[in-house]
Write a protein that binds this ligand. Structure first.
Ligand code: PLP
Length: 457
């Protein structure tokens, strides 16, 4: 079979045998990936793609990171599989690393349990909440994403995730997020006086607002995605501290979902460190193993998961702490901690943001660019100054399906669209990206935006 025949054959299998219910067919010609390294993915046609989103931030430390890969190879030759009913060294050392890191940052003691992916560990967090508060109802924020299992779909804001699946009995109460450039309350950031944060706190003021009376309330926990993955929306620094302490005072647990934005994505190990709040529960996944052999973790304060409270069998999945996953996560943690990201990343962040700002000066349809650490957003508006619906999606297709030249070489770009109207881009580059690689990304992005502009606002 020659190469083109093979590609046609594979695409036919996709047509005929694959369920299209996952997110692959968000693109009409999905990439057929063949290899990857650093910030680069190569497809079956040998097109070289520069990835600006690192698999939705699941691979912060680069594809095929040699240190992490070697640790997994070593594990393959020692303890590649073992029952989750036993302990093993990597699992124990990993739990200690997480607890120590949280303790150093908050002074709180806690415990960790593992699971297989993001939604699964959010469900474990829900169990911890229900066991401790005896309440099923939780709150989350408009625009938030916490996963797509049936239960967790009730916490993720998009109606799209629930619309085909009947009743979601424990659907969260959803409060507007501080998405200042598209304020739900149509206020201006300059003079809103943190209106949205005040409204959240106010909802607990009287029993007639429906969720709380003086000595009791219906909300077991508030699930927070501090910078929302939907558009990498970055709220003001004082947003959370205007309502989180009051919620905690009333016994509402704060679950900080760091699955996408933890692991130094925002320039700090945990995003909560930017916002002067201390969560009760933290979830990690995605880059926790740098995208290898999936493993997720939930940390909770000691009182919530002490040996007396969370007794054996409260949570379990056969593969919840499989040894390849714990080896990958432990080495990812060691790799991450051996780099001085806290002082390195601000320099790269500033340089990246300046590149995006230069593009903003060049293209009038770019309404805003913003960044925190190595998490960036760029939003587009139409001729009337309204969100340019689906422009982000269009840019993704243009970037992925066309060749762009840089210094005599040909590349393609992997972009992610974002925003409530798919009106922008969200960028989560490789954390070890070099200045020269940032220059290359900006030059390629410039060419994609030129095409987007030509395609008509
Ligand atoms: C913040 C956040 N929470 C939870 C999840 C769910 O993770 P998974 O897709 O592994 O179930 C995601 C995935 O994108 C996420 O970004």
């Amino acid at each position: 079979m020659d190469k083109q025949d093979k590609i046609d054959y594979l695409r036919k299998i996709d047509e005929q045998y694959m369920s299209w219910g996952d997110t692959v067919h968000y693109q009409s010609r999905p990439i057929i990936a063949q290899s990857c390294r650093g910030e680069t993915v190569i497809d079956i046609n040998q097109h070289i793609y520069i990835d600006t989103q690192m698999w939705h931030s699941s691979c912060n430390f680069g594809y095929r990171n040699p240190e992490i890969e070697q640790a997994m190879n070593r594990q393959m030759c020692s303890l590649p599989q073992v029952s989750g009913d036993f302990l093993h060294e990597e699992k124990l050392l990993l739990a200690k690393q997480i607890c120590d890191a949280v303790y150093e940052r908050t002074g709180l003691k806690g415990r960790v349990s593992f699971n297989v992916g993001g939604s699964m560990v959010v469900e474990d967090a829900l169990k911890i909440v229900r066991k401790n508060t005896r309440r099923n109802r939780v709150a989350s924020m408009m625009g938030a994403y916490h996963g797509r299992s049936l239960t967790v779909s009730g916490l993720s804001s998009s109606h799209r995730y629930r619309q085909y699946f009947g009743e979601c009995a424990d659907r969260a109460i959803m409060y507007p997020f501080a998405h200042c450039s598209q304020c739900y309350y149509e206020k201006n950031r300059e003079d809103c006086n943190d209106y949205c944060a005040r409204m959240i706190a106010k909802s607990l003021d009287t029993d007639f607002y429906g969720v709380a009376s003086d000595d009791s309330n219906e909300i077991g926990a508030f699930f927070l995605e501090l910078c929302q993955g939907r558009g990498y929306t970055i709220p003001p620094r004082n947003f959370f501290k205007k309502f989180v302490p009051e919620m905690q005072r009333r016994g509402i647990l704060i679950v900080d979902d760091e699955i996408q934005i933890g692991m130094y994505r925002t320039g700090k190990l945990f995003a909560f460190e930017h916002y002067e709040i201390v969560p009760d529960i933290i979830t990690l996944s995605k880059s926790f193993t740098n995208g290898l052999s999936p493993l997720s973790a939930v940390w909770a304060r000691e009182e919530l998961v002490s040996r007396e409270i969370f007794t054996p069998g409260h949570a379990h999945s056969n593969f919840a702490n499989h040894s390849l996953g714990t080896a990958a996560a432990l080495q990812t943690w060691r790799y991450m901690m051996s780099r001085d990201y806290e002082s390195q990343l601000p320099v790269k962040s500033e340089y990246y943001l300046q590149g995006l700002q230069r593009l903003k000066m060049k293209y009038p349809f770019i309404h805003q660019v913003d960044g925190l650490g190595m998490l960036f957003n760029m939003t587009f508006t139409d001729n009337q100054g309204r969100p340019w619906k689906n422009a982000g999606k269009r840019a993704v297709t243009l970037a992925q399906d066309n060749d762009y030249a840089y210094h005599g070489e040909i590349f393609r770009l992997i972009l992610n669209s974002g925003g409530y109207y798919n009106e922008g881009l969200k960028l989560a580059p490789y954390l070890d990206i070099t200045i020269a690689q940032i220059d290359r990304t900006m030059a390629l992005l410039d060419q994609v935006l030129a095409r987007l502009s030509e395609s008509g606002v």
